[in-house]
Write a protein that binds this ligand. Structure first.
Ligand SMILES: [Zn+2]
Length: 538
């Protein structure tokens, strides 16, 4: 004797594979089985899967299409059981559309939490509608809330998006690791461009040669391709590489991302200037003149303890009163929060600076070394001079041709026109010659630079504070090779003075000041950090 029991299928759904792996499907599977038992039907097939049910995504959902096909093939299936409304669909329109699709082939949608109610009862219809409405609303909320969650991640230094070129994902979502060879290829090229060793296209060439290729991350990305100039400039201008974490158009920015930066924020500024074709010897950075030493000085204890972020940063502090409101400029250590008033710290540095004195002999040596460094900046100018001279020759050739045709021309009007053309060419030649001469006149510029440099060094106590940050950094690297530090008792502590100076009080150069072995005032390069190896960025 056979019973023709009615049959049911069921859907158990979670949004992500992670939820499925965490066992979130199991309770649903139990619920739908219980509902089938209550209805007295055979549960013949269950679709258990991870798929999004967000609004607009449901009409093409593979699981639903499969289920509908199944029901069409087996007309004994009379029920489709889902645990709760939101397991089926988070969209009012799509919910009822799919419900009707199944109804047309005589399959009724059943909710596991109330399997035996009369589907046509007013109350049932209303309750169902409310549930579907809630499901869609909570979906909207999710869409709305996700950025807030992501912004919270950014606030603590994670990058909740695809890794940038040069980085790869790690086991921790949003924490990206250097991806070799891209990371080193980019870093080395960036550093070389910043130091003025090469220009943009040479930098790109080097990086490409070192293995820089695109990655597969992101919806439109194609992996394994070389980077073009447009993209290269974008990479140069991306502050992610100096540790900044932000997402387009979002209000939250974190300058201390947890990923390993390639370059410092200051170096980033230089790269941006180069990418925007404003590569100058000294990049003016007046972003924060109040805190010239922000990120330029370190906390002595934290340096000693080898902490990754021993740098001091400037900030404003107020006295917390609404009446008599006051703000103080202060510096604090990013690691241990040791703080000092900005005026106190600056005064301490000024005091150290006024102790420094340059002897005549040292002056000569310094000049010699400076010339060496200076010449490395002249590569670009020599190129400009070469181009200018080429243009002079070209214009002269044109002029000579024009002269020939002037002589040969019989027509008076044409002759007049050629004459005008020759006059224009003469002016252009004069102009090009002037540009060429200027580009070739390295000596004059060097003398100006030396005069400027010595003037600064003779008046460091005041000059130091009048300069932009990039220039100050040059001084710092020349004078205090191991940087400027703040000791626990809030005093300025200079671990090492450059040998180019001697102390005014002793009138002799420090012991071991053998200039002949020096490469130059070694830290005259614009961008070398004062604390190689001590900072996380190196
Ligand atoms: Zn500290």
């Amino acid at each position: 004797m056979t019973t023709t029991k009615e049959k049911a299928i069921a859907l158990c759904r979670v949004s992500t594979q992670g939820q499925a792996n965490d066992g979130n499907l199991v309770p649903q599977q139990q619920n739908v089985q219980r509902a089938a038992d209550t209805l007295g039907v055979d549960l013949v097939k269950v679709w258990a899967l991870a798929v999004s049910s967000r609004k607009g995504k449901n009409l093409k959902r593979k699981d639903l299409i499969e289920m509908l096909d199944y029901c069409k093939r087996y007309s004994s299936v009379k029920y489709l059981i889902v645990d709760e409304v939101d397991r089926f669909m988070r969209s009012i329109e799509e919910y009822y559309w799919w419900k009707m699709e199944f109804k047309r082939i005589n399959v009724r949608l059943i909710h596991a939490n109330r399997p035996d109610i009369d589907p046509d009862d007013d109350r049932t219809v209303f309750d169902e509608l409310i549930d579907v409405y809630r499901a869609e609303q909570s979906n909207n909320e999710r869409i709305h809330k996700t950025p807030e969650k992501m912004m919270a991640k950014i606030r603590v230094g994670y990058y909740p998006s695809n890794p940038h070129t040069g980085y790869k994902t790690s086991d921790i979502p949003g924490f990206h690791l250097p991806d070799e060879p891209n990371w080193s290829a980019m870093r080395n090229a960036f550093k070389a461009m910043i130091a003025g060793e090469c220009d943009i296209s040479e930098g790109l060439k080097r990086a490409t040669k070192d293995g820089l290729r695109t990655k597969n991350y992101g919806p439109k990305a194609v992996g394994g391709k070389t980077i073009d100039m447009y993209r290269w400039k974008n990479l140069m201008m991306d502050d992610y590489y100096c540790g900044v974490v932000r997402l387009k158009d979002w209000p939250v920015v974190n300058r201390d991302g947890i990923h390993k930066p390639m370059i410092t924020p200051e170096e980033h500024e230089i790269l941006v200037a180069i990418a925007k074709n404003k590569g100058k010897r000294f990049i003016v950075d007046r972003n924060n003149p109040e805190f010239l030493l922000s990120n330029e000085a370190e906390c002595a204890d934290c340096v000693l303890a080898n902490k990754p972020y021993p740098r001091l940063v400037g900030y404003w502090q107020n006295n917390g009163q609404t009446k008599n409101f006051k703000r103080y400029r202060r510096y604090r250590c990013r690691t241990c929060n040791l703080g000092v008033r900005q005026e106190t710290f600056h005064a301490g540095v000024t005091e150290e600076l006024t102790k420094l004195l340059l002897s005549d002999e040292q002056r000569d040596k310094l000049k010699k070394h400076m010339r060496k460094v200076w010449s490395s900046y002249e590569v670009e100018r020599m190129e400009r001079a070469r181009i200018a001279l080429g243009r002079v020759q070209l214009l002269k050739n044109k002029k000579s041709d024009a002269m020939d045709s002037y002589v040969a021309e019989q027509d008076v009007e044409m002759k007049h026109e050629i004459k005008e053309k020759i006059d224009t060419l003469k002016l252009e030649i004069a102009e090009a010659e002037k540009i060429a001469a200027e580009a070739q006149d390295f000596e004059k510029d060097f003398d100006e630079f030396i005069g400027y440099a010595f003037d600064i060094m003779d008046n460091l106590g005041t000059k130091w504070w009048q300069e932009d940050k990039a220039t100050m950094r040059v001084y710092k690297q020349m004078l205090f090779p191991r940087g400027i530090q703040l000791s626990q008792d809030k005093k300025v502590y200079i671990p090492e003075f450059s040998v180019i100076y001697r102390y005014a009080s002793t009138k002799i150069a420090p012991e071991g000041a053998d200039f002949t072995r020096l490469e130059g005032p070694v830290r005259l390069e614009l961008t070398t950090r004062g604390l190689k190896g001590l900072c996380s960025t190196n």
